[in-house]
Design a protein around this ligand. Sequence first.
Ligand code: E4P
Length: 221
Amino acid sequence: MKLFLDTANFKEIEDANSWGVLDGVTTNPTLLAKEANGQKDYKQMLKEICAEVDGPVSAEVVSTDTAGMLDEARNLVEIAENIYVKFPCIPAGLAATKAARAEGISVNMTLVFSPAQALLAAKAGANFISPFLGRIDDMASGGMEILAQCIEIVKNYDFQSEILASSLRGPMHVVEAARLGSDIATMPYSVFTQLMKHPLTDIGLQRFIDDWEKARKDLGA
Ligand code: E4P
């Protein structure tokens, strides 16, 4: 499973990337707005992220009509080769997906909350389909079950789309998505770092270091 970071914070991306296992980044208008400080415009922010990451970087349109979405998409892909344009899962977004794919623009269909929407996104030719697990859970529904159904549909018909588990809230969301065979999972930096944490690793490491120190002389180290 490919691991993406769900952030527009450059420091978080740089740090996660230094671990050597980062495959891409997803941003959205909210995440870019969080980093706004009047110093850099959003295009500059995306450009720096695209240069840092060796993989897809998703950037979202804010238009809600097909022509507007396509205009934004054409501008966004000028920023860098690894930009994937996020279109919302609405009829205008489906039409934009079909047209953008015909132009060779890579698409991430976002705001997907049901397997029916995933089926439509796959038929429109989206490269990535993003079911929002956490937000589905927030509505007292089963996000993981929706993810499983999206994966099943894409596999049944050999669609080329990849399922991108999104809106993940904790490390178990990532583990469960991996068990279900999700192609990709995108997560906040806090969740990414939690994936690595285990108290027994820290305790074990400290014990090895202490034991080595105690016997260092006798070991000739
Ligand atoms: C990613 O592409 C989505 O925009 C993101 O995962 C949404 O996460 P949230 O529900 O925590 O805002």
